[in-house]
Design a protein around this ligand. Sequence first.
Ligand code: NDP
Length: 460
Amino acid sequence: MATTLAETATNADQAFDFDLFVIGAGSGGVRASRVAAALGARVAVAEEHRIGGTCVIRGCVPKKLLVYGSHFAEELQDASNYGWTVEGMSFDWPTLRDAVLADVTRIEKAYTATLDSHKVEHFHEKASIAGPNEVMLASGRSITAKVILVATGAWPVKPVFEGSEHCITSNEVFHLETFPRRVVIQGAGYIALEFAGIFNALGAHVTVTNRSDAILRTYDESLRDRLLQITMARGIEYKFNCPIEKVVKREDGAFDVHFPGKDPIIADVILIATGRHPNVGGLGLDGVGIALGERGEIPVDAENRTSCPSIYAVGDVTDRVQLTPIAIREGQAFADRVFGKGHATLNYDFIPSAVFSQPPLAAVGYTEGKAREKFGSIKVYSSDFRPMKNVFGHRPERGLYKMIVDAETDKVVGLHMIGPESPEILQAAAIAVKAGLTKADFDATVALHPSMSEELVLMR
Ligand code: NDP
């Protein structure tokens, strides 16, 4: 029977300052630290920025709160249809910004308290790897550990062009001093579409500009088309095949954004959202023989071990799936395996994901195109409907749900949804897809009426 670290600790282990040293206190690093400590390991973690990492400090959490904040534009507009009179309606960016930032600080404190309550020592400085079992803090202190875990996440990258220093990334967007009237967003992925929705709903004019002719490349084409159609009708402008050439600061403080062969446009804020690369700068990986992969990631095996046996990596720095719940699961599984009795490795099939655009879209499994490649013969079901709330609010916007079924087994191998609350609905439906349920199982389930999710069991 497997034993826990506490049961197997030897005098040799005690010669190290810690059993585990984690570099990076984000989603993966905090989970690994807490679980390893609970299993009896002596744990330390170093974080050069704030405890909580991208998701808590400058990602999922503050973004979702801004999405909630911006939804009031539609809700307040709808209110009069329901008999409410809302007088003197106005929006104040500093109030929303500061409330969101205060909540971020609250969660940061909760994360810090979790580390403290598990007796995880934390260092607020950069750490690099000095050897297979040695970490060097920026302050010059050397620390030894039996195991080192790299959980440094990813960092936004800006393409190189003249004037790029005037542009911000998702790191800075939560701190804007004033609300911009005109926003240019480069990129058409998750961050671009989510912030296009937020700025648009809050009243800014938004232009999304991408190097290619697509948005959200990995999602099903029908949903992408629907999102494009709805957001254009809401006033978002798109420029495709149109990378930024240069940005020039104007005398009035705004910027001229130039594109090859096109007229420049004026912007108060230019947000670059062209992907996030593994955060490996200054980590000292070379010194322990860890060679980076093609995308600058730390290559790891199924157990998250690097080519150096005492060093592991989890989360975005491995660039497998850049999603918070994956980093958390990898951190948990790593700690269970290395310091507990766990054996599990992660199964990366059927990971649900969502884009909190307006409307949001959510998906699990194969797109129609990928399913045809994989299964050959498939059946596609869809429901194209106008949510009750939109009908009552006189909005023409329609939701679209699409189900992809393997024709041979009748298993549902893909679900794709765009419409209000689709991420909330998809999470539950993803359980059925992950469990391998069939179209007949969906059909056998009675509809919950009136709801949007009932469309899932009514597709014929
Ligand atoms: P994405 O990978 O989603 O999108 C990048 C966009 O930038 C694409 O439109 C791509 O164009 C374009 N692009 C890529 N490289 C360049 C370049 N060198 N020059 C110009 N354009 C370029 O990245 P994001 O920054 O939006 O998000 C990073 C990651 O963060 C995501 O992959 C996601 O995993 C995670 N995230 C998840 C969220 C969620 O779960 N809701 C929310 C926010 C982020 P092309 O069309 O050619 O591909």
